[in-house]
Each structure stands twice: as structure tokens, then as C-alpha cells.
Design a protein around this ligand. Structure first.
Ligand SMILES: [Fe+2]
Length: 236
């Protein structure tokens, strides 16, 4: 793994990584730490059960985190390399580092864009205007995300991203994400939904479509609006 050029990319995605909550920002530099959930473990009922959320955060996310920190500790060249730099050079990483860096970023992001039912607000006028331009309506955008998430048969994530000129829906495999340098569609993450069975199986079994449809009930539009406002070049 060649990391000599990684520091040059430190600022590339830093604004994106630091644009969210304090807990998310704290998880962005080595040694990486597990961000606390920004709500109680039973806060996302009935969409996500407390047991499912606890296992997902305390075991699955922590597993990625531990693997990433082990990789950093065992490779002097990775000392001081930021998570944003790792993601921007994902094509140069070995599989374990790529997966653990992506897993840490993706889950840290995911926790922040969910909120207890009735507290997540609504899409901002700016986001709504862009959604109507790119998808026709909010409902069509949501349907596009659900359809893409259902279509990806294996584990991965479905995303709404700002590409620099428009909003787009894309999916990534395993723990890849749109900040990586070799994925099909790159962009600034606005929405991410975990498609791994560990995210929904305890409540929905194999019914991923039901999980995706229900997910909007816990969408944290306040955070999603903030991420769109920071990422887009649209008039604020
Ligand atoms: Fe997950």
C-alpha cells in the first residue's frame, strides 16, 4: 500500500467529514473512536428494534473500528492519515483496510441521519427544490432510493449523493461509499441506508423492501438538509 500521497488528500473530504455532528467529527481521525449514538438505543422503534440497533452499533460498527485501528497501529505509514484520505485513495488500500475504513465512515454517517419518529423534521425548501428538479418529486426520489436498494442483491449501501451538478441515487458494494476514488458514482453523501441484513433482519427478516419503505419514518431531515446545504453549489 502506497500512502505517500495521502496527506495531500487530507483536506479533500475533510469538510464533508466534519460537517456533521460533533460525535461524527470525533470519529474522523486516528486513533478512531466509536461515536455514541445520538439517541437512546430504543429511540428508533418501531422501525429499528433496540436489540438490532445495539448489536449494529456496539458489535458491527465496533468491529470495523477495531480492525481499522489495528491496521493503523501495525503500519507506521498510516500514522496521522485521516479517514478522508483513506477513502479518497481506497483503490490503493488492501481489502481489510478498505472495508474497515468504509465501515467506520458509513456507520458513523448512518447514525446521524436517523432520528426518533416525529423529531427528524422535513426536507428544506432548498433540498426540495433540487429534488423536484432531479427526480420530479420527493416521493419519486424516495421510490428511486428504495428501488435501488432492493435491486442490489448482495450486501452494501444505497446513497443519495450530490455529484457536483445534481443529486443522484447510487449503490455501493460491501462497505464501499461514494467518497472512494474507484466507485461508479462519486459524490458527497446526503443520505445513506445500510442494506446489510444485520441492519434489518431481526425486525424484517428478509423483507428488505419493507425496511427501506419504513426507514423514512426515522429519517433525520434536519441533518440531511444540513449535509445538502454544505455539499451543494445551489444558492443557499
Ligand atoms: Fe451495518
Amino acid at each position: 500500500m502506497k500512502l505517500t500521497s495521502l496527506p495531500l488528500a487530507r483536506t479533500f473530504c475533510m469538510a464533508l467529514l466534519l460537517s456533521g455532528s460533533a460525535t461524527f467529527a470525533a470519529a474522523s481521525e486516528a486513533p478512531y473512536s466509536l461515536p455514541k449514538l445520538p439517541y437512546p438505543v430504543d429511540a428508533l422503534v418501531p422501525v429499528i428494534s433496540p436489540e438490532s440497533l445495539a448489536i449494529h452499533h456496539d458489535e458491527t460498527h465496533k468491529g470495523y473500528l477495531n480492525a481499522l485501528n489495528r491496521a493503523v497501529e501495525n503500519d507506521p505509514k498510516m500514522e496521522g492519515v485521516t479517514l478522508s484520505a483513506l477513502l479518497a485513495h481506497a483503490s490503493k488500500l488492501d481489502g481489510v483496510v478498505r472495508s474497515s475504513a468504509g465501515g467506520h465512515y458509513n456507520h458513523s454517517f448512518f447514525w446521524t441521519i436517523m432520528a426518533p419518529v416525529g423529531t427528524g423534521g422535513t426536507p428544506s425548501s432548498g433540498l426540495l427544490k433540487r429534488v423536484e428538479t432531479d427526480f420530479g418529486s420527493l416521493e419519486k426520489m424516495q421510490s428511486a432510493i428504495e428501488a435501488a436498494g432492493e435491486t442490489r442483491k448482495e450486501s452494501g449501501w444505497v446513497w443519495l449523493v450530490w455529484t457536483g451538478t445534481k443529486l443522484a441515487v447510487t449503490t455501493t458494494r460491501n462497505e464501499d461509499n461514494p467518497l472512494m476514488d474507484d466507485v461508479e458514482i462519486q459524490g458527497s453523501p446526503i443520505i445513506a441506508i445500510d442494506l446489510w441484513e444485520h441492519a434489518y433482519f431481526l425486525t424484517y427478516q428478509a423483507r428488505r423492501a419493507d425496511y427501506l419503505h419504513a426507514w423514512w419514518t426515522v429519517a433525520n431531515w434536519k441533518e440531511i438538509n444540513s449535509r445538502y446545504a454544505l455539499a451543494s453549489t445551489d444558492p443557499k
